[in-house]
Design a protein around this ligand. Structure first.
Ligand code: XMP
Length: 326
C-alpha cells in the first residue's frame, strides 16, 4: 500500500453538507477511474467496508460486486443485516457465502489464540479467492482503507478484514475513503443513507466471536456466546448505553462450574461481561453500569441462554488487562 499524505488544506468532514460534497467528488473520481469495468469488494458489514460499498453503489451501481463471507463467527443478526441493507435496500450486487461449516471444522480442537487467528485469516483469504475466481471481468479491488490505517500501520490495513486480502490479486485498488478519519467515515456513511446502527457500531474484531469463545471453539458454546451477547446488546440499546459505552461484549471461557437449576445440579459456562471506554484502544477504563441493569442482564442470560449458569462483570482496566479476552 502506498503511503499518502492527507493534504493540510483538506477540511474535516463534520456535517452532512461537507459529506455530500465529498461524496459527489468521490463518485466522479471513481467513475473516471473505473469506467465500465467491474470492482470487487469484501464486505464484512463493518463501518469502513459498508461505507465504501454504499459509496461505490452510488457511483457505479451493479458494476460493484460485493462478497460477504459469513465465517460463522459473526454476532447475532449481522450477516442478515448486511443482506437486508445491501441486497434488499440498496439493490447491490451481493454474493453471500455462508462458510460457517468450513471455518468451524478447521477450528475444531484448536485452542491456541494465535493459531485460531491464523486459521480464520487464512480461510477467509481462501474463501474470498475461490469466490473471486468464479467471477469474470473483475478489474479493480475496492478496500475500506482509512487514514489511520495508512499512518498507523505504514500503509498496511493491519487489523482489518480478518487477515487482509490475497496478496497475489493483481488488481488496481479503489480506496475512496483512504484520506478520512473514522469520524468522517461515519458522517459520510450517514449521508449515504446507511442505518445509524451500522455506521456507529462498536468496534468488532475481524476474527469475530472466535476471539471471545475462548480455547477450542465448540458450536454449542459459540451459540451460547452469541445469544448472551445479543441480550447484552439489546439491553444496552434499550437503556441508552449504546453509543455511550465504547465497547461491550460477552466472552465465554472453556470451562464449566456447578450451579443449580430447578433444584438440580447444573453445570454451565460463565459469561464474562466486559464494558469499556477508551479513546484509542491503547488504554481503557471500566464503565460503571447501573447495578440494577447488571442484575437484569444476569437474570436474562442465565434463564434464556442454554448452557450458561453464571454472569461475571470484569472490572479490569487496560492495562493490566487487554480489552478482549483471548
Ligand atoms: P485489545 O484486546 O488488544 O484490543 O486491548 C484493542 C482493540 O482492538 C480490537 N481488536 C481487533 N480489531 N481486528 C480488528 O479490527 C482484530 O483482529 C482485532 N483484535 C482486537 C479489540 O476489539 C479492541 O477494540
Amino acid at each position: 500500500m502506498e503511503i499518502i499524505k492527507r493534504p493540510e488544506t483538506m477540511a474535516r468532514i463534520t456535517t452532512p453538507e461537507l459529506a455530500k460534497e465529498f461524496i459527489d467528488q468521490q463518485v466522479a473520481e471513481v467513475r473516471a477511474q473505473v469506467g465500465d469495468k467491474k470492482v470487487l469488494l469484501a464486505l464484512s458489514g463493518g463501518v469502513d467496508s459498508s461505507v465504501v460499498a454504499a459509496l461505490l453503489i452510488k457511483a457505479i451501481g451493479k458494476q460493484l460486486v460485493c462478497v460477504h463471507v459469513n465465517h460463522g463467527l459473526m454476532r447475532k443478526g449481522e450477516s442478515e443485516a448486511v443482506i437486508e441493507v445491501f441486497r434488499n435496500q440498496l439493490d447491490a450486487n451481493l454474493i453471500y457465502v455462508d462458510a460457517t461449516d468450513r471455518f468451524l471444522d478447521k477450528l475444531a480442537g484448536v485452542a491456541d489464540p494465535e493459531t485460531k487467528r491464523k486459521i480464520i485469516g487464512g480461510e477467509f483469504i481462501q474463501v474470498f479467492d475461490e469466490e473471486s475466481a468464479k467471477l469474470e471481468g473483475i478489474s479493480f479491488l475496492a478496500q475500506g482503507t482509512i487514514y489511520p490505517d495508512i499512518i498507523e500501520s505504514k500503509g498496511v490495513k493491519a487489523h482489518h478484514n480478518v487477515g487482509g486480502l490475497p496478496e497475489d490479486m493483481e488488481m488496481e485498488l479503489v480506496e475512496p475513503v483512504k484520506l478520512l478519519y473514522k469520524d468522517e467515515v461515519r458522517v459520510v456513511g450517514e449521508a449515504l443513507g446507511l442505518p445509524h446502527a451500522m455506521v456507529y457500531r462498536q468496534p468488532f474484531p475481524g476474527p469475530g466471536l472466535g476471539v471471545r469463545c475462548l480455547g477450542a471453539i465448540t458450536r454449542d458454546r459459540l451459540h451460547a456466546l452469541r445469544e448472551a451477547d445479543a441480550i447484552l446488546r439489546e439491553e444496552f440499546e434499550k437503556n441508552g448505553l449504546e453509543g455511550k459505552v465504547w465497547q461491550y461484549f460477552i466472552a465465554v471461557p472453556d470451562f464449566k462450574s456447578v450451579g443449580v437449576r430447578d433444584g438440580k445440579r447444573y453445570d454451565g459456562w460463565p459469561a464474562i461481561l466486559r464494558a469499556v471506554n477508551t479513546t484509542d484502544a491503547m488504554t481503557a477504563t471500566i464503565e460503571e453500569i447501573p447495578y440494577a441493569l447488571l442484575n437484569h442482564i444476569t437474570q436474562r442470560i442465565t434463564t434464556e441462554v442454554e448452557g450458561i449458569n453464571r454472569v461475571v462483570y470484569d472490572l479490569t482496566p487496560k492495562p493490566v488487562g487487554t480489552i478482549e479476552w483471548e
